[in-house]
Design a protein around this ligand. Structure first.
Ligand SMILES: Nc1ncnc2c1ncn2[C@@H]1O[C@H](COP(=O)(O)OP(=O)(O)OP(=O)(O)O)[C@@H](O)[C@H]1O
Ligand SMILES: [Mg+2]
Length: 371
């Protein structure tokens, strides 16, 4: 039985020898930090064997171990060490193979998580890669959709601009060449030219607003505005149009809490909704603008008697350049009004939606209340 004091010395010297070897191994690992995990594992295995052997040698040097025992222990440690190194090499290879599988999956056109069993860390990396790939694919899809809608918009708008321009040119030429001579036709042409120019100006203005919204360049100067004022403005701005068409227009504010908005921009969004409502409501119908506070939000609802929007069109009405089939007639809108309304409402951290309801449809704008 070894005396306790000697045992303490054995522990002390073995630890000292192991520390020296560990220090050297750490230095080597530092030098190899860019190398493969397999190589680094071999260094760890070799350091473990070396630390054990150096401990044994130090202890036998201090006469705490006789020659016979030292040979036996060295033989055991060396063979165990060799087996451990072989296991390290194997593990290193498996890690390298798992890593290769992952790299190949990443290089493929479409990343799919490898079916092979991966070590926990690589499996986590692979899950994260898959999530990152999905996000990338979604944003690519959005980008493509935006690009398509931009191209369609340019095509439609250039068509929409060309048609009235051709009309204007024909009328101007007729006036210039004095093809039309009677007072009444000349007067009518002048009137038509003014109306067309106004429409073109509006369209160009809408396009400019939309491009500012898309570029994220809409600068809002927010003020405290009463909900009632917003509704009143919207009614006042569309009264003439409603009267001309014989549509009854009514505003109603159930609770007039203030909101923090850019009155000019939001007024434009509401005007687009109200003008649409009046345009699509038959002569004897009515359009109602309601302001209320519900569910902790300010809501402005524009309800009309348009006879309902086809279910399939409902999710698309806010798309740039979308116009229902019936509206695709000469003199119709450019399909920009609702896209602009949505852009403005979303810039206010609000939401806009539409549903068919009663004799027509109901557009709803929700805005956060003032804190
Ligand atoms: N109140 C409504 N009732 C029925 N259909 C509507 C209503 N508002 C919009 N729509 C449909 O949604 C389409 C898109 O509306 P939007 O306001 O964006 O464009 P527009 O009115 O055709 O043109 P613009 O507003 O640029 O002059 C319309 O063409 C119409 O088919
Ligand atoms: Mg419109």
């Amino acid at each position: 039985m070894i005396p306790f004091e000697d045992l303490l010395w054995v522990v002390f010297y073995a630890a000292l020898a192991a520390l020296v070897v560990a220090g050297a191994a750490l230095a080597v690992l530092h030098g190899l930090r860019g190398r493969s995990v397999g190589t680094q594992l071999i260094v760890v295995g070799a350091a473990t064997v070396l630390a054990t052997i150096s401990g044994i040698l130090v202890i036998s040097y201090l006469m705490l171990l006789n020659d016979h025992d030292r040979s036996v222990v060295l033989a055991v440690v060396t063979s165990a060490g060799l087996v451990a190194m072989a296991v390290s090499v194997l593990l290193g290879r498996r890690l390298a193979a798992a890593n290769r599988t992952l790299v190949e999956a990443v290089r493929a056109d479409e990343f799919r998580r490898p079916a092979a069993h991966l070590p926990a860390e690589l499996a986590e990396l692979s899950r994260e890669l898959e999530a990152a790939y999905d996000r990338l694919a979604a944003s690519h899809e959005r980008e493509q959709a935006l690009e398509t809608s931009r191209r369609e918009l340019v095509a439609w708008v250039s068509h929409d601009l060309r048609t009235p321009l051709a009309g204007l040119r024909a009328m101007a030429e007729a006036l210039e060449d004095e093809v039309v001579a009677d007072e009444e036709t000349i007067h009518r042409y002048h009137g038509r030219i003014r109306v067309e120019v106004e429409r073109l100006t509006e369209m160009v203005d809408d396009l400019f607003e939309l491009s500012r919204i898309h570029a994220g360049a809409l600068r809002l100067s927010r003020q405290r505005v009463g909900l009632a004022d917003l509704v009143e403005e919207a009614v006042a701005g569309a009264e003439a149009l409603a009267r001309a068409k014989g549509v009854r227009l009514r505003g109603d504010v159930r609770e007039g809490l203030p909101v923090q908005v850019d009155a000019g921009e939001l007024g434009r969004a509401l005007r687009n909704l109200v003008v649409n409502a009046i345009r699509h409501t038959p002569g004897d119908g009515s359009v109602e603008i309601i302001g209320e506070v519900r569910g902790g939000e300010a809501r402005v609802t524009v309800a009309d008697a348009c006879g309902g929007i086809p279910e399939g069109d409902l999710p698309r009405v806010f798309d740039v350049a979308f116009r229902g089939e019936a509206a695709r007639t000469p003199g119709g809108g450019a399909g920009l009004g609702l896209a602009i309304a949505r852009g403005i409402v979303e810039a206010h951290a609000g939401r806009i939606g539409v549903a068919n309801d009663g004799p027509g449809c109901r557009f709803e704008v929700r805005l956060p209340l003032m804190a």
